[in-house]
Each structure stands twice: as structure tokens, then as C-alpha cells.
Design a protein around this ligand. Structure first.
Ligand SMILES: Cc1ncc(C[n+]2csc(CCOP(=O)(O)OP(=O)(O)O)c2C)c(N)n1
Ligand SMILES: [Mg+2]
Length: 291
């Protein structure tokens, strides 16, 4: 039986339960889970009802990496470090923005922790506010569409590269559309001592405005367009990339999501669409995505 749920309250079609189940399976349940405040925590640890089959602690929004580091050190002091992997599950807001200080400290000290960022590209629990993981052009409640504003103006921050720049031994991006690949990456991370950062792309049905039955399809298109490249680094070296036989145009991915639909009619939309295609092309060149 899965060690996550049933009984959680995530929306039908939510992406992150797939990631959590897969991660717990990959580690055979030998996990102490630290969960930052966010949607995952809200839907899985309601008062009197917890859907985790492993030891679980809810940290605050900004300190999951510090809590995990503390648990790791405590396990070492007790000589019980071989009994469980310390794994953080934190959203993109908790990771890219508000918790980046504690995450940076954890990676700088190279604590033996697997940090999994489930990236649904905004503060979804509080109703879709932009984070630094929100892609350019996306409409959120803090990047609304108006006459002079075609959604978010800046581009998504490259958090995987920031993790790599800390000199940690393992960093990767993944997607719920490729669960076997994600599973393998979590397993690989568990074999390596030190800090591991894995960022997994998880569509949000309500925030992105997608049909719940298309979650996996949407996540797949993000990868197939080159907007969400699947990459893997060991000791600062790019060791593996998911190649694309025939890269799709970014429009195929964008047009099925409500958060981007204004781009196809807004006067500034064309420029944003071109910029998003340029970002995908840049990823393809940088990582050699085209097979
Ligand atoms: C210090 C602090 N600021 C704001 C909040 C309110 N808050 C709770 S969850 C959340 C959004 C979390 O976003 P993310 O980390 O991306 O996770 P998601 O909800 O998208 O899964 C916010 C803003 C809080 N709990 N603590
Ligand atoms: Mg989020």
C-alpha cells in the first residue's frame, strides 16, 4: 500500500500526490518527512487526520531545510543515521522565495538531506500568488492581466542551477509526467551522502486553469517543449538530460492553460510568446535537448 494517502484532500487531478507517493516508494518508506507550510501540508495533515505513513513533521513556511538539518544532526548524535532518510517536501514558494535562506545554509553545510521541491509555480494554497518559480506571462492574483501588463513580467528563477552553485553532490529536475525517472532520481539521491536537491514539476488544476484529467499531459508538454528540461547533476557536472525527439512549440503547452490564455489576444502577448519560445530554445541549446 502507498505510504501517502488515501484520505488526503488534494483536488482531483492535483500533481503533487504522484510525486510524494513515488518518493516514499523509492525510499521504501525509510523516511522522516519534513513538510513546509503549503498545499501539501494543508491537504495531508488536517487536525486529527494525517495521511502520511512515515514519521512526519510540519515546519513553518520558511524553515523546513533548517528543521531537516537539525533532525539529521540529531540522528547522527544518536548513532541512528542509517535508520531513515531525512526528506523535505516543500513548495516552490517555500523553496525559491521564503525558505531560500535556510535552504542555502543547509546546502552550504552539506547536510545529509534530500530536499524535494514540488513546483506548482505559485503560492497555490493561498490562491495563486506569483512566486519566483512562476513562469513569464502567467496570470496570478499578484500578476493580473491588464492593459499594460500581460501577466508576470519576469522569468522563472533557475533554482536547480542555484542549488548546483552551492557545490552540493546532487541536483536534478523531474516531472510527475515521468514518474519512473523521478523515482530513479530519488533513489540515486538516497545513495549519495550530503545535500540533494530535486525539483519536481507538479501542475495545479485550479491555479493553472487546466482540466483535472489532463494533469499528466500538461506536465509532459512542459518537458516536450523544452520549457521544463529534465536534467541531472552530480558533483557539479551535468550527467544526464532527457532528450527530445521532436521538440514541440511552447504554444502547444500554453494554449491549454487558463493562466496563459490572454497571451493569445493581449497586445503584448505576442512578445511574451516569442520570449517564452526563446527561453525554450535557450534551454535546448544549453542542455543539448534535441535528440
Ligand atoms: C511567513 C508566512 N508567510 C505567509 C504564509 C501564508 N502561506 C501559507 S502557505 C502559502 C503558500 C505556499 O506556497 P508554496 O510554497 O508554493 O506551496 P503551495 O501552496 O503552492 O503548494 C502562504 C503564502 C505563512 N504561512 N507564513
Ligand atoms: Mg507552489
Amino acid at each position: 500500500m502507498s505510504l501517502f494517502g488515501p484520505g488526503h484532500g488534494a483536488c482531483p487531478g492535483c500533481g503533487f500526490p504522484i510525486a510524494v507517493r513515488e518518493a516514499l516508494d523509492a525510499l521504501d518508506g525509510k523516511v522522516i518527512a519534513v513538510n513546509a507550510t503549503g498545499c501539501l501540508e494543508i491537504v495531508s495533515s488536517m487536525y486529527g487526520r494525517n495521511t502520511w505513513g512515515v514519521p512526519y513533521i510540519h515546519s513553518i513556511f520558511e524553515n523546513s531545510a533548517a528543521v531537516a538539518a537539525g533532525i539529521e544532526v540529531a540522528l547522527k548524535a544518536l548513532k541512528r543515521e542509517n535508520e531513515a532518510h531525512v526528506v523535505v517536501f516543500a513548495g516552490d514558494g517555500a523553496t525559491f522565495d521564503i525558505g531560500i535562506g535556510t535552504l542555502s545554509g543547509m546546502m552550504d553545510r552539506n547536510h545529509n538531506v534530500i530536499y524535494i521541491c514540488y513546483d506548482n509555480e505559485a503560492y497555490q494554497n493561498t490562491g495563486n500568488q506569483q512566486s519566483m518559480a512562476t513562469p513569464m506571462g502567467a496570470a496570478t492574483t499578484t500578476t493580473p492581466v491588464g492593459k499594460n501588463m500581460p501577466g508576470k513580467m519576469g522569468r522563472k528563477k533557475d533554482m536547480v542551477e542555484i542549488a548546483v552553485a552551492h557545490g552540493i553532490p546532487y541536483a536534478a529536475s523531474a516531472s510527475i509526467a515521468y514518474p519512473k525517472d523521478f523515482n530513479r532520481k530519488v533513489k540515486r539521491a538516497s545513495e549519495i551522502k550530503g545535500s540533494k536537491y530535486i525539483q519536481v514539476h507538479c501542475p495545479c488544476v485550479t491555479g493553472w486553469g487546466i482540466d483535472g484529467k489532463l494533469t499528466v499531459e500538461v506536465a509532459k508538454l512542459a518537458v516536450e517543449t523544452g520549457l521544463y528540461p529534465l536534467v541531472e547533476y552530480e558533483n557539479g557536472k551535468l550527467v544526464r538530460v532527457r532528450k527530445l525527439k521532436k521538440r514541440k512549440s511552447v504554444e502547444e503547452y500554453l494554449k491549454i492553460q487558463r493562466r496563459f490564455r490572454h497571451l493569445f489576444k493581449h497586445p503584448m502577448g505576442k512578445d511574451v510568446l516569442e520570449e517564452l519560445q526563446r527561453i525554450a530554445d535557450e534551454n535546448a541549446r544549453k542542455y543539448g535537448l534535441d535528440a
